[in-house]
Design a protein around this ligand. Structure first.
Ligand code: SF4
Length: 397
């Protein structure tokens, strides 16, 4: 199935002409692109349609808010197109185009003219991975790797499979949502996946569905095609205002994903990326939606974690009460922070770790008794994981 791509807002007749003029200013700053299949999923009768919000620019994207590289990914870019933040994991940014551009993208800087963080020539990245034996896990990302030609993907996957220490290869892609025919219509890609996803070294698809309406029969066929060609599937997506900030919507998404063999893996707190203010959901609201949605799903979907991809690591939001918020490093840039548990004052408006105010170490020490081992860092008060259960009993200051 051949899809038609649209990069000019004027081509979308459903948007009134005066609005299109204003939105063109937005698309000059943050790239716009979608295809006729995804356009067809929009319900134009609903001015707040979540699919519309996902891909059609909004005027308030131009508000002065956030940073283009909110997690400072540039800092962990070791060679062009390669990020190495956690010991065993490398990211290969091998494409700077996507099937459509999500308005809330945290890597929208890649689609801007002067950015060179994603590269088509990944040879330096492959060399870095080959020379770094502790890297066992490589994520192909970008942009969308599945927009590369199958020939180029073959070169990358075969090169990675030739590196003995690389075990897991993950492909981060929203193509199953934007264009399921990318896999359905390409027997060469299917054969490549079968060859490179072996019984002892699997390929994983990190799919990206944000809303249950993206799970069309064709998208489900697409996921089935990945599975039948030996790929393990799971899903990750952010919680987004105007798209999925509703516990019933999230529950339906998580349930359906687990039914089709693509269970949810991470729900992300949205990064405070420039242009993304319209989609910002406070951490506490996100946590409440996550917990409520989980009440309505089965065990496989409940394995999901609610995390924040912060500059210092992947931080799980593990609990909230009337006074405090409890966070824990799920993965840490600094190995000393691995598993570190932190307590912050409850803040119902905070959208990011940097907005939070740590509970003072002395205060926690007084509450827990001198025998508790405490540590603190720039990010906040940290209590070692083994005392997490007692930490929740901390009282008001
Ligand atoms: S698919 Fe991912 S990388 Fe591409 S625009 Fe959407 S969020 Fe950004």
């Amino acid at each position: 199935m051949k899809l038609r791509y649209i990069t000019d807002i004027d081509k979308i007749a459903q948007i009134p002409a005066d609005q299109r003029e204003k939105l063109k200013q937005v698309s000059k700053k943050y790239a716009f692109r979608l295809n006729d299949y995804y356009l067809g999923l929009i319900n134009w009768d609903d001015p707040n349609d979540p699919i519309r919000n996902l891909v059609i620019p909004q005027e308030n994207e131009l508000s002065d808010w956030g940073d283009l590289d909110a997690s400072n990914e540039k800092d962990v870019t070791r060679v062009p197109g390669l990020q190495h933040k956690y010991p065993h994991t490398a990211l290969l940014l091998c494409n700077e185009v996507c099937g459509a551009y999500c308005r809330y993208c945290f890597r929208k800087r890649l689609f801007m003219n002067d950015n060179d963080e994603a590269v088509l020539d990944v040879s330096e990245g492959l060399k870095y991975i080959a020379e770094t034996p502790r890297i066992t896990n490589v994520l192909l990302t970008g942009g969308d790797p599945l927009l590369l030609s199958t020939k180029r993907l073959r070169y990358i996957l075969e090169s990675l499979r030739a590196i003995p220490h690389v075990q897991i290869i993950r492909i981060g892609s929203k193509m199953p949502a934007f264009n399921p025919w990318r896999i359905l219509d390409d027997p060469d890609l299917q054969a490549l996946l079968r060859e490179c996803s072996t019984k002892d070294k699997r390929i994983y698809l990190m799919a990206h569905f944000d809303h249950p309406r993206e799970l069309t029969p064709q998208a489900i066929e697409g996921i089935d095609c990945f599975i039948r060609n030996g790929v393990i599937c799971c899903n990750q997506c952010p919680v987004l205002r105007g798209i999925n900030d509703d516990s019933e919507v999230l529950a339906e998404l998580f349930r359906k994903l687990s039914f089709i063999g693509c269970p949810p893996y991470y729900l992300f707190q949205g990064r405070p990326t420039a242009g993304n203010e319209p989609f910002a959901v406070p951490i506490i609201r996100g946590y409440e939606l996550f917990e409520e949605a989980k009440r309505h799903v089965s065990g496989l979907a409940k394995r999901l974690r609610f995390v924040m991809s912060h500059e210092t690591g992947k931080i799980e939001i593990v609990g909230v009460d009337s006074l405090f918020m409890y966070l824990c490093y799920h993965r840490a840039k600094d190995p000393a922070n691995e598993g570190r548990f932190m307590i912050f004052h409850r803040d119902d408006n905070a959208v990011w770790l940097d907005d939070l105010r740590p509970v003072l170490p002395e205060r926690v020490a007084g509450m827990l008794g001198a025998s508790q081992r405490l540590a603190s860092d720039a990010a906040g008060t940290a209590i070692e994981r083994e005392h997490a259960h007692t930490a929740t009993s901390v009282g008001p200051e």
